[in-house]
Design a protein around this ligand. Structure first.
Ligand SMILES: Nc1ncnc2c1ncn2[C@@H]1O[C@H](COP(=O)(O)OP(=O)(O)OP(=O)(O)O)[C@@H](O)[C@H]1O
Length: 267
């Protein structure tokens, strides 16, 4: 068996806040294979982003282990790409230069960086827009730039935190298809955090349901839908609806629990 791309072993994360210590993630154990696409769902504020921060080395675990490619995480591991809800594209740089930033930072010559960037700009469907600036782009086009910016670094692991949630439904569907097309065959392991259960099922090989805070594993579901997938079409299939019903049953209780918690704490 190959080394997992990502492993959390009873990982726990506590934060010190104004009202004492709170546990965001508790004894979370999960293992993700290279090339596997895992979607993580859970109620609002349950600790999904914190889980990504542990894997990304942005936050150290309070206890337990976080292992990436067989090595305990200390600082940001090599070969990780991120995409967040808010993209990190620089307003003063053109599309091409935004995408070339990563390779430049990693030591490529200007010429090589721009060449790699041009190939990715083309691959995400933005050929002809290389010289445009972010304010001249639509929300969907900005997401395409952010995707190119992430993928140009050839990440072995992709951490995605609600990357498409700010987009309108139609554009979101297009971006989901685009992501699958670009990820397919890349060998990258993906953790995709979302509030949208349909999105999770349409994209992933496995859906992990987290409990209300503190996040721990509630259940996991293998998504045996065929690939390549057309996310719009797959949502209408009977197999999809059956999986949806099953996963929603598990998630629903946690959403209700989180709501009760929020009401009790006055949030
Ligand atoms: N740096 C921090 N310091 C203190 N508390 C934090 C910190 N980061 C997160 N938390 C707390 O940990 C809990 C989990 O937060 P987290 O952002 O991981 O949840 P989430 O599931 O990603 O939320 P959402 O669904 O709203 O995006 C929250 O109660 C949050 O306030």
């Amino acid at each position: 068996m190959s080394t997992p791309a990502i492993e959390l072993r009873e990982a726990t994360k506590r934060f010190r806040g104004s009202s004492g210590i709170m546990t965001a993630v508790q004894d979370l154990t999960i293992s993700i294979r290279p090339g596997e696409f895992v979607a993580v769902v859970g109620p609002t504020g349950c600790g999904k982003s914190t889980t990504l921060s542990l894997v990304a080395g942005l936050e150290p675990a309070s206890s337990g282990e976080v292992i990436v490619h067989g090595e305990p995480v200390r600082g940001i591991p090599a070969g990780i790409g991120y995409m967040f809800q808010q993209d990190a594209i620089l307003p003063w740089r053109s599309v091409l230069d935004n995408v070339a930033t990563g390779p430049r930072y990693r030591g490529s010559s200007k010429k090589d960086a721009r060449q790699a960037a041009a190939a990715w700009v083309d691959r995400v469907g933005l050929a002809g827009f290389e010289g445009f600036y972010p304010h001249q782009l639509s929300g969907g086009m900005r997401k395409r730039v952010a995707l190119a910016q992430t993928l140009v670094n050839d990440p072995r692991i992709l951490l995605m935190d609600e990357p498409f949630s700010a987009l309108d439904v139609q554009t979101r569907g297009l971006m989901q298809d685009e992501l699958l097309r670009l990820w397919q065959g890349s060998g990258a392991a993906v953790i995709f955090v979302t509030h949208d259960l349909e999105e999770a099922i349409a994209l992933a090989d496995r859906v992990v349901v987290l409990t209300a805070v503190p996040a721990t594993m509630k259940a996991e579901f293998a998504i045996d839908l065929p690939r390549p997938r057309d996310v719009e079409a797959i949502r209408l299939t009977t197999a999809f609806l059956e999986i949806y019903r099953e996963v929603w049953q598990s998630l629903r209780d946690e959403v209700a629990r989180a709501r009760r918690g929020a009401t009790l704490s006055g949030n």
